[in-house]
Design a protein around this ligand. Structure first.
Ligand code: R5P
Length: 301
């Protein structure tokens, strides 16, 4: 018998049942430990929500406005994000490996903005995702698009690959420019992603009936910011989405193209994690903008 073993029943607390805690994310209770651990590095367990900073746009757009110098303009924002959404090329070349929050890797690609965007394929191997310590894999799903089936198949293959290694899949609903962005479409697209295995889904906010989109999707939904809006409007958009059931934002242009990206990401955090009202968040943004007029890494003009 090992000499450290105790015989006293008191030490074993035999009358205290082991706690059984539900996992904090919708629809995720039956996932395995690794998957839940990675999701906890994307969503904050205390609020159940996330501020994902999206700057993967270059994978089909090249160096778009605000992303010309990721090293100078985006890296200073990363401490304020709960997770980063980016390509492996930018991760390796620009992001310090001392960054410890979740990395959501862009895992599909192929066509540039000059071609048919729905013609994507899986753009990463699972070995590479494991090597880069990915917290999730993001794949574009083009419901109603020309290559709808191909893009859905990309997602289901990534789900299979990810599930083998405990890596969640983010299904990104990509809406063609000619399609109607309404709640009916978003319900269809998000539900298909969830039914076919996505751990969580990214979509766009719609004014009418967004709560039906979040209600009918059995896993968490995060919203993309979309085209650049005035800061007050972007904060209002984030607030409405959160209040109507979104578990966070995956926001790019409305942060990195803001007049003060540093102030904007901090204001978005207040909306997402602390339920700030839009006017409170905008006031906060303006105060920070005055105090921190420039990103510290930007060279003086
Ligand atoms: C778009 O193709 C990318 O996946 C972006 O990550 C996504 O659209 C979110 O960025 P934004 O808020 O700029 O729409």
């Amino acid at each position: 018998m090992a000499d450290t073993e105790t015989a006293s029943a008191e030490s074993y607390k035999v009358n205290v049942p082991a706690p059984s805690r539900p996992f904090f994310l919708k629809g995720s209770d039956n996932l395995d430990w690794g998957m839940k651990n990675r999701l906890s590095n994307i969503f904050r367990p205390d609020s159940g929500r996330t501020v994902m900073l999206a700057f993967d746009h270059g994978y089909f757009l090249g160096p778009t406005t605000g992303l010309e110098r990721v090293d100078l303009d985006i890296v200073p924002l990363t401490p304020f994000a709960d997770t980063l959404m980016l390509t492996r090329g930018i991760l390796r070349s620009c992001i310090p490996p001392t960054y410890t929050r979740g990395i959501v890797l862009r895992a599909s690609g192929g066509p540039s903005i000059l071609k048919e965007l729905s013609d994507e394929q899986i753009a990463i191997s699972i070995d590479e995702a494991v090597r880069l310590n990915a917290a999730a894999l993001a794949v574009q799903v083009f419901i109603g698009g020309e290559r709808e089936t191909q893009s859905v198949h990309n997602m289901t293959r990534l789900v299979d690959m990810g599930n083998r290694h405990g890596i969640p899949t983010l299904g990104v609903t990509a809406v063609g420019t000619d399609m109607v962005r309404d709640a009916r479409y978003m319900r269809l697209a998000t539900r298909i992603c969830a039914e076919l295995g996505a751990s969580y889904v990214k979509t766009y906010y719609v004014e009418d009936g967004f709560d039906t989109v979040t209600a009918s999707c059995p896993v968490p939904i995060v919203i993309a910011g979309g085209k650049k809006l005035p800061e007050a409007d972007a904060l209002r958009l984030a607030h409405s989405a959160i209040q109507e059931g979104a578990a966070g934002v995956d926001m790019g242009r409305n942060i990195f193209q803001a007049e003060s990206p540093l102030a904007m990401i901090q204001a978005i955090r207040k909306v997402v994690h602390e339920d700030f009202k839009p006017h409170e968040a905008h006031q906060y943004y303006q105060t920070l903008k005055r105090e921190q007029p420039e990103s510290p890494a930007r060279p003086p003009v």
